[in-house]
Design a protein around this ligand. Structure first.
Ligand code: T3D
Length: 265
């Protein structure tokens, strides 16, 4: 995949691809160009067999401050932004690409994650936060509603009552609090954040990637299904997993009392 983006930094380390949103002067707020680049990078990562885990993060002191309000205001007065729901569909494309990607996507959040940046983090499969993280469903502060999937992700992660509170009051949630309420998988001291993120991602990249793709499908589909439907899908997906080299080699490795080596096949 190409790496010469204007507003993204791309780094590949083994099977881990790190995409860093890079507009630190505005806390990585989304303008149209960064949004288009992120869409392209995420869709390319999904297709790239060398990528077995994706980390999405922000440059500088923040993950992201949401929609760039200056470019939003300019787009509104020039008429470039027509119906806002059409503009927001561009964010939907990124969120859907993350959810359908057949490999794990981790949001690594330090500093602020506000508005649409927060919801893109919630749309990732897992989240690691530094203890300086600040999650803000900032939309209601400017008289908007959570978009980019916020209305879907929030109640599923933290329950309906807490989702209402976060969306309506739009208060900051710290990293440790986000871990306590289930908004993130883990929160680590800021000085350990980089290494903890690297280890988390590397562990996933070294895992049975094909099984992870099936796990994503099972869990996301099951969250919307009844038990019978989930059990039927489980059977279909386990038939696939059962035939993978990774499964067969892992059983041999177990019997030979050595650690398995997964190829993602
Ligand atoms: O059409 C659509 O797209 C609708 C959909 C909207 C989706 C959304 O995301 S709505 C939510 C948009 N985001 C916000 O409302 C957050 C706005 N920012 C803030 O409230 C604060 O900046 C933060 C709480 C995020 C961080 O506060 P703090 O004190 O740590 O930093 P700061 O000093 O406010 O920000 C640093 C700089 O970044 C500052 O610029 P300056 O003064 O140094 O030149 C600030 O203006 C700039 N900045 C921060 N957020 C944005 C931004 N510039 C443009 N857009 C931003 N969202």
């Amino acid at each position: 995949m190409r790496t010469d983006f204007q507003h993204l930094l791309i780094q590949q380390d083994g099977g881990v691809l790190t995409i860093t949103m890079n507009r630190p002067e505005v806390l990585n707020a989304f303008n149209d160009s960064m949004l288009a680049e992120l869409t392209e990078a995420v869709e390319a990562a999904a297709q790239d067999e060398a990528v077995r885990c994706v980390v999405l993060t922000g440059a500088g002191r923040a993950f992201g401050s949401g929609q760039d309000l200056r470019s939003l205001a300019e787009g509104r007065s020039s008429g470039a932004i027509g119906t806002v729901s059409r503009h927001v569909q561009k964010y939907h494309r990124v969120v859907l690409a993350i959810r359908s990607m057949p490999k794990p996507v981790i949001a690594a959040v330090r500093g602020v994650a506000a508005g649409i940046s927060c919801n893109i983090a919630l749309g990732c499969d897992m989240r690691i936060a530094a203890d300086d993280a600040r999650f803000i469903e900032a939309f209601a502060r400017i008289g908007l509603i959570p978009d980019g999937g916020g209305g879907y992700f929030l109640p599923r992660l933290v329950g309906v009552g807490k989702a209402m509170e976060l969306a309506m009051l739009a208060d900051e949630i710290s990293g440790p609090e986000a871990e306590r309420i289930g908004l993130v998988n883990k929160c680590v001291p800021v000085e350990e954040f980089e290494e903890a993120t690297r280890a988390f991602a590397q562990r996933l990249a070294n895992g049975p990637t094909l099984a992870y793709a099936l796990i994503k499908k099972l869990i996301y589909t099951s969250a919307e299904s009844d038990l019978q439907t989930s059990l039927r899908l489980e059977g279909e997906l386990q038939d696939i997993a059962f035939e993978t080299e990774d499964h067969q080699n892992a059983v041999v490795a177990f019997l030979q009392k050595r650690p398995p080596e997964y190829k993602g096949r």
